[in-house]
Design a protein around this ligand. Structure first.
Ligand code: 5GP
Length: 170
């Protein structure tokens, strides 16, 4: 399937000069939505996975489905202040300043094999922070997978220690 035909470029979003990859046309189409999910699942090649971590907020679209199909638990990583229980946190670089991502302190057990999923790998700061959160709790990141990688932003460099799979590269 030509997944790229379901991704829409939005110029100057969320600010001037940025071309944002909008995945909502893919989600809206039943066949493309289904096949994209199947492809992400295919990347895991029957690996044993204990937890799937989805990243706030578009990572929450496919990660729960992956967790259910893999017989794994689903873990949410959220922007700061959103999680109700005790948390661990990791800061990451934004274009101006830093952001903070949080995970519940009991989300991962020592030795858990973890799949990290998000919609887009851009500069890699987000994915790198998520991997650090997993490792702080003693988990092992066995794969990071994404719908889209913006290769010109070199995000892969930041997560080069982890196996990576992507559906579409720009
Ligand atoms: P990074 O930390 O790799 O620079 O940014 C990745 C995060 O920003 C992801 O959580 C992703 O949802 C969001 N993001 C950055 N650029 C885009 C984009 O062009 N399209 C979409 N859908 N998300 C983006």
């Amino acid at each position: 399937m030509d997944f790229a035909s379901y991704i829409r470029d939005i110029e100057d979003f969320p600010k001037p000069g940025v071309v944002f990859k909008d995945i909502t046309p893919l989600l809206k189409d039943p066949k493309a939505f289904q096949k994209a999910g199947d492809a992400l699942l295919g990347f895991t090649h029957n690996m044993q996975i204990d937890k799937v971590v989805g990243v706030d907020s578009r990572g929450f679209i496919f990660a729960p489905m992956l967790a259910q199909k893999l017989g794994a638990g689903f873990i949410t990583v959220r922007k700061s202040g959103k999680l109700p229980y005790s948390t661990i946190s990791e800061s990451y670089d934004l274009e101006y300043g830093t952001g903070i991502l949080e995970m519940h302190s009991d989300a991962i057990e020592k030795g858990d094999r973890v799949l990290v999923h998000d919609d887009v790998l851009a500069t890699g700061g987000t994915a790198q922070a998520v991997c650090k959160l997993v490792e702080k709790l003693g988990g092992e990141v066995v794969q990071c997978n994404f719908l889209i990688e913006l290769t010109f932003l070199n995000g892969a460099e930041k997560i080069k220690g982890y196996p990576k799979e992507v559906l579409l590269q720009y």
